[in-house]
Design a protein around this ligand. Sequence first.
Ligand code: HEM
Length: 396
Amino acid sequence: MTEPLKLDLMSPEMRDDPYPTYARLRQEAPVFRHPMGFVAVSRHADVQHVLRTPELFSSQAMGGGETRTDRDGNPLPGAGSLIAQDPPVHTEQRRIISRGFTPRMIARLEDKIERLTAELLDGASDKDELDVIADLAVPLPVTVIAELLGLDPARRDDFKRWADTMVIGSTGGRRRRSEQDRKNVAEFRDHILAHIEVRRQDPGDDLVSVLIHAEEEEGILSADQVFAFATLLLIAGAETTTNLIGNAVLAADKNPEAFAEVRRDPARVRDFVEETLRWDSPVQLVNRMATEDVELHGETIAAGSFVMAMLGAANRDPDRFDEPNRFDLDRDSSAHLAFGFGAHYCLGASLARLEATTALTRLWEQLPDLSVIHERVERQPSFLVRGPRTLPVRAA
Ligand code: HEM
């Protein structure tokens, strides 16, 4: 007899392999009511519906609105920032912020990403083994975000330390903030605010300059909002990309045929990255809040309910992808929802693709016969983001 369907997000089984549970959710309870009160929506069509209907499913659930601050008065991640807003405020902020993510701005980072990747791999090349996460997948996106913001490259190590702190607590199952963490947040804030002042006098071509220019011209973003946005970038853009790189290395290990194809033709790393996004999504779910009573599959989702849109489950929906559990380099995976859908579609999607493609191309070029040291792989203790926390590999 099959067990009754449960959704224990924190269980080790879900952390190791959530996909069998997702299959049951899609099939048996597409609108699943959790005893804790939230609702989980798992079919591709329903997740898409939730994400493209902000008037029924508000993004307020992604943050705390304008007023939430921590004990020291710093805006909390999400507060006053893009990801937790609904139209029309969101539409206006996004119009400004997307000026920092034009194809031209991203293309300008291309050489830096190449150089940084080479530097990181060089640094690890004289070791017998390397940890793909600590040596490559963590420092790369964090440093790229510092570049994007135009911060002083000499403060790279400080930035990394601040970034570690900012990410704590943003995903499930993290430790509580310590006194040192609070100091790090304050330092990060001072650094960003000082950088804003410098750029006010001497504009550059970085994202902070774009944002304060918008503030001066159109009075839309305050310095605090720029700081909140820098924080959002770290949370939205660093760990997610780390997980994508880690998940791709694990996918290569589990799918030797697809990996052999990539080794024959490195131009296919792009397709490998795209199929990894679908097959093992770095962000497993996003939250929304029902603004009124909503009917779905004969169930009423009550106004005020938290709704989890399960991206990881939607990306394995057999109604959308043939043989969804198969890692298939040749499929068209472009309908995946790993970067969300609709108004909040990930602003950093092309940057993340570029970083992951560069990192993996160079890693696999340098270590074509790498083998994963399985006994020492650990997973992130989180149900929101999915990926390895440590991923040691040997050269052969
Ligand atoms: C593999 C890497 C990444 C994944 C899987 C990912 C995933 C997502 C998802 C699912 C959303 C939608 C959230 C929602 O609908 O509530 C989102 C939004 C966002 N992402 Fe990403 N992201 C990644 C990398 C990045 C990078 C590198 C950046 C920037 C440096 C970035 C910046 C953002 C921003 C600013 C938003 C908010 C957009 C809005 O609210 O309009 N992301 N991301």
